[in-house]
Design a protein around this ligand. Sequence first.
Ligand code: PLP
Length: 385
Amino acid sequence: MENFETQAIRLQTPRTDYREHSTPLFVSSSFVFDDAEQARALFADEIEGNIYTRFSNPNNTEFIDKMCALEHTEDGVATASGMSAMFLSIASFLKAGDHLLASRSLFGSTHQIITKILPRWGIAHTYVDMDKPETWEQAIQPNTKMIFAETPSNPALDLIDLEWLGALSKKHGLILNIDNCFCTPYLQTPAKYGADLVTHSATKWIDGQGRVIGGCVLGRKDLISEVRFMARHTGPSLSPFNGWILSKSLETLPVRMERHCSNALALAEWLEKQPQVRYVKYPHLPTHPQFELAKRQMRFGGGIVTFELTGGLEHGRAFLDKLQMLSHTSNLGDTRSIATHPSSTTHAKLTSEERLAVGITDGLIRVSVGLEHIDDIKADIAQAL
Ligand SMILES: *Cc1c(COP(=O)(O)O)cnc(C)c1O
């Protein structure tokens, strides 16, 4: 039972008296106590068991048990969205007067939490550049509590060396918090390099079919008990239906990720040969500046490919309008391939200097490579180019 594929399938809620094979959906707000003594012991945390679905539910527990096994973490909490996971993972540990160190290239809403929300509560931050690791140690202050990072970054696909970051964080006694959404545990397991918290938007590759919003915070038992306290009393719990979907989705995660990644690599290699494309960025392409690190740290190169069109902004917009099969929508990690133009959409509010600082040039296109036949994906992109 220690192999990834097996754990993703066989870690299952105990069968009920109905002898079902596949885990049923537990749509129940609360759970009945056998007697007054059991109720007392459950509330006193002397025994484990379900009380109320805001605290725990069998479907969410099954999802979390699998995620913990796959990420090599001790414990975890399921959340209603990726953002509630990111927020809980920070708010459970930082208080007024503390300082957070974060990589500059972060998911947009995580950036908003750090830049706009935490300062209201007296929590300071410093953003550091992915490509200047030598500046990270200098940015650590006496009140720094946590390092938050994503690797590879979105959409620039720059990497951070997790082994180096784990050692840095340990040396300074900081909590290392890694958003592992882009890789999933099948490609990369940050806890092995010393990450204390591993956070996910399960909305993306984990669901993998564009159906539900969900997330989780995983990590060391002592830290997760703080996160659980915060989640239980503030209420961002995952719905049992979404927990059931996400646990089912994990059963096929390895086979899906292998195909997403092989389609993405094939697309990246083909794009490099197209005259309308200035450059292609994909972690497992030899032309990626951190190819060696990507090979060491990531089992495969992931499902996202970015490329720069020769004609800049107008060319980027025209390209998207010409696509016939690829979807133009702001999600990623779906069975359906998705194309986006970050400089005119997700990152349009930044100045072009700010965009360039996180690797977003005007003609940059991001493709989340789906599970359609690779020839059909290439054909649609070819006609749009
Ligand atoms: C989508 C995403 C999030 C936010 O997740 P939601 O499920 O949309 O709340 C956080 N981090 C990364 C890297 C993401 O791609």
